[in-house]
Design a protein around this ligand. Structure first.
Ligand SMILES: *[C@@H]1O[C@H](CO)[C@@H](O)[C@H](O)[C@H]1NC(C)=O
Ligand SMILES: *[C@@H]1O[C@H](CO)[C@@H](O)[C@H](O)[C@H]1NC(C)=O
Ligand SMILES: *[C@@H]1O[C@H](CO)[C@@H](O)[C@H](O)[C@H]1NC(C)=O
Ligand SMILES: *[C@@H]1O[C@H](CO)[C@@H](O)[C@H](O)[C@H]1NC(C)=O
Ligand SMILES: [Ca+2]
Length: 463
């Protein structure tokens, strides 16, 4: 009986918590798109939202210092060296100009580089030609971006969702042309702007970078790539910039899972761009394993998975997750954290699923997500964590829970107000149940007292 009352009270509390969460989510939601909407809209990354949105990183202001701006070459170090390639500034010769003229063959060999000194998210780039107080005639018509997360050991080239890596540059020497990237560069510490010229010409440029400092994001993740040509479309990680082996396993890079962009409720928008999906092989314990690597040790509060739940199409939020932690990616905690998700067969909307990580410490976090149905679709994973800066002893016993924790079951976080009716029904049911339950106890008591009384009467009459 007590267990039932306990469970009932718990259900009501969970319902209230989930309901308030639902309201908050509803307020944050971007309008739901219907199928007839035009299919080109790409949502903006929210990675810099906490810092008040992307900001100019300091080419113009001088926050980025001269020594951190380098180049493949300069026509003249003093007058048109890389330190002069600052947007909206007129320093010395008025821009950066490489020593060679460019053409389609030489393009790629000249670049200007910024050492950001920390992990940054880059959301946009603005460029300008060499005005040179009216004497300049040079500008860059097209360019691409190269970036590194490991101080220049490995470089990648940004490309858009259509596979095109070139960005439009300038048409004159003074107008600023800003490109907002359809998906940002994440967790990078070096960036190069690489000018492109289709025909022989002298080029010069000034530029600014836009974005924010973000050093608590994963620097790499590895997982099996998503399913190609599913009935929903291509569910692969289209912007993943690491390696993809012959078995379709991704490693050493970063892609759509952590770009700060959530997929649309309507998976047909942008041809499922942003949704990464896996199909179960049908075995009972089939799951998807994703390993996240961070820059250093993190103290993890929670992870949030943005999942789809088209339950009528056999696509549901994972039914359970096991999470392990590691310092080196080799030795893992023995006892995983366990999470389970109550199947939601009422609301077919995408939602954020929050997994509490109970301040576990690690540089790596490994998630085993168990299929509830045939498909798992995820568009974004974000972490709440804080970097450990103090002298932390990496003892392997610390990988286990510090406090003894019972597995936590977190209920569905619904991102929709229409779930209100559900909870009203749930709460009403709970209340009715409580009333009936209390009433039966009262009746039972009365009944027992009456029996007792009669028993007592009989006993005393015997005396
Ligand atoms: C890059 O260099 C900085 C400073 O030298 C260092 O602190 C950081 O750990 C390096 N990062 C990588 C990924 O090697
Ligand atoms: C980065 O560079 C190192 C050293 O050259 C190499 O071993 C590693 O595989 C590279 N990583 C990626 C993702 O290419
Ligand atoms: C992790 O963060 C929590 C909450 O801020 C704190 O209580 C705990 O001491 C931290 N753990 C470590 C090892 O820093
Ligand atoms: C960090 O640990 C090292 C080695 O145990 C020790 O020499 C050093 O003093 C410690 N630093 C701090 C700030 O505690
Ligand atoms: Ca994403």
């Amino acid at each position: 009986m007590i267990a039932i009352i306990g469970r009932l009270v718990l259900t009501i509390i969970v319902a209230i918590v989930v309901f308030t969460d639902g309201i908050q989510c509803a307020e944050r939601r971007i309008g739901y798109k219907h199928e007839e909407d035009i299919i080109i809209d790409i949502k903006k990354s929210n990675l810099c939202a906490e810092m008040g949105g992307p900001k100019a990183l300091g080419m113009e202001s001088g926050v980025i210092s001269d020594v951190d701006i380098t180049a493949s070459s300069s026509y003249n170090q003093q007058s048109v060296g890389p330190q002069n390639g600052r947007l909206n500034r007129e320093i010395s010769g008025g821009a950066w100009c490489p020593s060679k003229q460019l053409n389609s063959v030489f393009s790629g060999s000249e670049w200007i580089q910024v050492d950001l000194k920390d992990k940054f998210v880059i959301t946009g780039v603005g460029t300008q030609g060499r005005f040179g107080n009216g004497d300049g005639v040079e500008y860059v018509e097209e360019y691409w971006l190269e970036y590194s997360r490991d101080n220049g050991t490995n470089w990648s080239k940004w490309s858009g969702i259509d596979g095109n890596h070139k960005l439009p540059g300038n048409m004159d020497t003074y107008t600023v042309v800003k490109n907002d990237l359809s998906h940002p560069l994440v967790g990078i510490n070096l960036i190069r702007i690489v000018p492109f010229a289709g025909h022989q010409r002298t080029i010069c440029m000034r530029f600014e970078l836009f974005g924010c400092r973000q050093n608590s994001l994963p620097v790499r993740y590895s997982m099996p790539d998503g399913f190609k040509s599913s009935k929903f479309g291509d569910l692969v990680d289209m912007t993943y910039d690491g390696n993809r082996d012959n078995n379709g396993y991704l490693n050493g890079g970063i892609g759509q899972l952590v770009d700060g962009i959530k997929g649309d409720d309507n998976y047909k928008v942008n041809h499922v761009f942003e949704w990464i999906g896996w199909r179960s092989n049908g075995e009972v314990n089939d799951g998807v394993q994703i390993i996240f690597e961070f820059n250093g040790l993190e103290n993890f509060t929670s992870a949030t998975f943005h999942c789809h739940n088209l339950y009528k199409q056999d696509m549901e939020v994972f039914s359970a997750a096991k999470i392990w932690f590691s310092f080196d990616g080799k030795i893992w905690s023995k006892k995983p954290l366990e999470f389970s998700y109550m199947a939601d067969n009422a609301i077919d909307r995408a939602r954020d699923v929050v997994i509490h990580l109970h301040h576990r410490i690690g540089k790596f976090a490994k998630f085993d997500l168990k299929f509830a149905k045939k498909w798992i679709l995820i568009s974004e994973v974000s972490f709440k964590s804080s970097a450990i800066k103090s002298n932390y002893t990496q003892s392997y016993t610390h990988l286990e829970a510090v406090h003894s924790l019972t597995p936590i079951t977190t209920a569905a976080i619904n991102s929709d107000r229409s779930s209100l009716t559900e909870f009203i029904v749930l709460i009403s049911f709970g209340l009715v149940f409580t009333i009936i339950f209390s009433a039966s106890i009262v009746l039972l008591r009365l009944h027992m007292r009456r029996n007792n009384k009669s028993g007592h009467t009989v006993a005393s009459s015997n005396v």
